[in-house]
Design a protein around this ligand. Structure first.
Ligand code: HEC
Length: 150
């Protein structure tokens, strides 16, 4: 009898773990279409010159320029933007290259946007960038944020 109970419990645990993975509440929230639209314009005006009109980044972006400066990474799925939480990305946009430690091994020309764009505009440009990601990257980045919350 004890064994039967044991297996029954195990089955319940396994089943509920499976249910968690397919939980509908686990989907990233939809974007505000107006924010995405605003963000697209801001991206074209301020970011595309370095990060590329189609978010493709600079050619050979993993290489550094001869003066030691970093190249602008892509913001599409081929880059690493989706490996960072909103907190980190907003910090990167607000403070630009100045956020990086001195011993990072290169120079960043990423401008600081905290006195150029409003908080809302920074959120909008991030919404636009995120709205272009395929489901997998979108979900991964959203789950990072969930883990970051206390
Ligand atoms: C003058 C060129 C330049 C412009 C303009 C520029 N960036 Fe960057 N950006 C860079 C470079 C170079 C890096 C890589 C070094 C670093 O992380 O600071 C970078 C890094 C970043 C990062 C962190 C790396 C990542 O993808 O995870 C984010 C986020 C970012 N940029 C967003 C933006 C946004 C949004 C805009 C427009 C509002 C913008 N950038 C405009 C050059 C630029």
């Amino acid at each position: 009898m004890k064994f039967v109970l044991y297996f029954l419990c195990l089955a319940v645990v396994l089943l509920s773990a499976g249910a968690c993975r397919t939980n509908e509440a686990g989907r990233p929230p939809d974007f505000d279409p107006q924010s995405v639209e605003r963000g697209e314009v801001i991206y074209a005006d301020h970011c595309a010159v370095c990060h590329g009109a189609s978010l493709e980044g600079e050619a050979d972006w993993k290489m550094q320029n001869t003066d030691g400066s970093f190249r602008a990474p892509p913001h599409d799925a081929s880059g690493h933007t989706w490996h960072h939480s909103d907190t980190q990305l907003i910090d990167a946009i607000r403070r630009g290259g100045a956020r990086l430690p001195d011993d990072i091994g290169g120079i960043s020309a990423m401008p600081a946007y905290e006195s150029i764009l409003t908080e809302q505009e920074i959120d909008a440009v991030l919404d636009f960038i995120k709205s272009t990601w395929p489901e997998e990257q979108r979900r991964y980045q959203w789950e990072l944020m969930l883990r970051e919350e206390p």
